[in-house]
Design a protein around this ligand. Structure first.
Ligand SMILES: Nc1ncnc2c1ncn2[C@@H]1O[C@H](COP(=O)(O)OP(=O)(O)O)[C@@H](O)[C@H]1O
Ligand SMILES: [Mg+2]
Length: 498
């Protein structure tokens, strides 16, 4: 390894100043050897200065004179190194590097030792500073300690999700993506396939809170809720007794409500019960295609070795909330039941939630938020990993975000978003934070237990096909106007013939 400088002045176990022979690059990795340790550091700041050309020179003629005497050699280069940890143990050493310790440019071999551990890992990209060094993330730690992917729109979040999914396929794993914009449903992967899941919910499997949300009965409408619950219980009783066929669930529910309306004792609440019945009809109008009395339990549709994609593209926010909540609730129960009784989903799952700030918002309650936070807290024990994806981190529920022990933060510009992310993460240091707004597309800071040391990474470009991305607006206009001209010509021809 090439020596580029020496430690000078006062050093601490985590920072050291050095004087350099060449101009080191910001973000370059260096190695310091002391106390029988090989320690990795990163160049955090570089300054170039001059003793003879000090700041209190007020006459350019003096500079010209010194220039002619000294040439251009009159300068020094100093830098500050942040010590990242021992190359083998990844612990921060307890002692500072002594003065005159050699500062060496880290070679690829050393960097690969740190960032390229392939075992149980997936390749996410390369070091931005050293593109010859691939970066692998530890999949066990990613799934068991959750992940947040945060960045402004267009910075590369969906691409990252696709690269991770491809890596999971390669390891024979399984992902479940809640696809809010139908981006992944037609994706093509090299190591496996998409298992498309078009959400069909069996109302008999829905929780009463899920039905209430779809009917737009909120918790303040307690009388409506009371009558709905009563009617639902009665209908289920009738089904259980065999007096009503399961296929007739909605018809029976409506009949029970109509009976309530006619009954003498409930006369004073007729208005309320009528509202409930109207809301039931509205539910069938609006979400009839989502409901299917023959739909199998959602968990049975999830396959190992596939990227399972739930297509939510055509659903509104309420319906997305119900679908996600229903999947997460049943998944958590299913994994718990598998662990205790051997019945349920038999494999761990990595669950990707796009638009996480809508499903788990900071200042509103949603059904999905409750189950997202439950899985964030309990998922580790049952092999359910969450991946929260968001372009508005500060609108995300802070408790849930802080459960994500791993982060991939791509370009993030707004200072309030940056601060919010920093509060949720123990490892996003001030100097890394400063880099967030200057990252290019696809460049990310990767933090947390899934990497040994925080790193700035150029994420791989997903090689398969993804249907999101940016639309070529001008191109589409041109295509349409060409077609329009064709139609116009045809029309003119016809008119002429006539
Ligand atoms: N790592 C990368 N390398 C090259 N191009 C990328 C990378 N990440 C994203 N892109 C490109 O940038 C565009 C936006 O990426 P996307 O993942 O859809 O962003 P986001 O989901 O954050 O809005 C896409 O056209 C994509 O191909
Ligand atoms: Mg996206």
């Amino acid at each position: 390894m090439k020596t580029i400088g020496y430690v000078i002045g006062e050093a601490s176990p985590s920072y050291a100043s050095f004087i350099s022979k060449t101009i080191p690059k910001l973000g370059e990795y260096v190695v310091l050897e002391y106390d029988n340790k090989k320690v990795l550091g990163i160049v955090r700041s570089v300054i170039m200065g001059s003793i003879s050309l000090s700041e209190d020179i007020h006459d350019p003629a003096i500079v010209e004179k010194i220039r002619s005497l000294e040439g251009k050699r009159d300068h020094y280069i100093k830098g500050i190194i942040k010590i990242l940890g021992d190359v083998n143990s990844f612990e921060i050493p307890r002692t500072p590097p002594p003065p005159a310790t050699e500062v060496k440019r880290a070679d690829s071999y050393t960097l690969q030792q740190v960032f390229s551990k392939k075992e149980k890992g997936l390749r996410i990209g390369v070091l931005a500073s050293n593109p010859e060094v691939p970066v692998y993330i530890d999949v066990n730690r990613m799934v068991s300690r959750h992940l947040a992917i945060l960045a402004i729109t267009g910075a590369g979040k969906s691409n990252t999700v696709a690269v991770i999914s491809e890596g999971l396929l390669k390891l024979g794993g399984a992902a479940l993506i809640f696809d809010m914009h139908s981006e992944y449903i037609d994706a093509r992967f090299k190591n496996g396939e998409v298992n498309p899941i078009y959400p069909r919910l069996n109302p008999l499997n829905l929780h009463v809170s899920e039905l209430l949300r779809l009917m737009n009965i909120d918790s303040k409408a307690y009388k409506q809720e009371y009558y709905f619950r009563k009617a639902l219980n009665k209908t289920i009783q009738l089904i259980n007794k065999g007096q009503v066929d399961r296929d007739q669930f909605f018809v029976a529910l409506e009949k029970v409500l109509s009976k309530f309306i006619k009954s003498e004792e409930k006369r004073k609440d007729v208005g309320t019960i009528l509202s409930v019945r109207n809301k039931l009809e509205a539910l069938l109008d609006k979400y009839g295609s989502l409901m299917d009395l023959k739909a199998p339990p959602v968990v049975s549709q999830i396959k190992l070795g596939y990227v399972n994609v739930v297509d939510l593209g055509s659903l509104d926010e309420e319906a997305c909330d119900v679908v996600v909540s229903h999947f997460l609730r049943t998944l958590l129960y299913s994994r718990k039941s598998y662990k205790s009784r051997g019945k349920g989903l038999p494999f761990p799952l990595f669950i990707v939630i796009e638009e996480a700030h809508i499903l788990a918002p900071k200042d509103r309650t949603t059904l999905a938020k409750y189950w997202i936070s439950r899985i964030a807290r309990e998922g580790r024990k049952f092999g359910l990993g969450l991946c929260l994806v968001s372009q508005r981190p500060k609108a995300l529920d802070p408790d849930t975000l802080s459960q994500a022990n791993n982060m991939i933060v791509l370009r993030l510009v707004e200072p309030s978003d940056q601060r919010y992310v920093q509060q949720a993460s123990e490892t996003l240091s001030e100097d890394l934070l400063e880099q967030l707004s200057s990252l290019n597309i696809g460049e990310a800071i990767i933090l947390g237990l899934m990497v040994r040391i925080p790193a700035i990474v150029k994420i791989d470009k997903f090689e398969g096909k993804l249907s999101g991305g940016d639309i070529d607006i001008v191109g589409e206009w041109k295509k349409c106007s060409d077609r329009f001209l064709e139609v116009e010509k045809m029309y003119n021809d016809v008119v002429e013939d006539w």
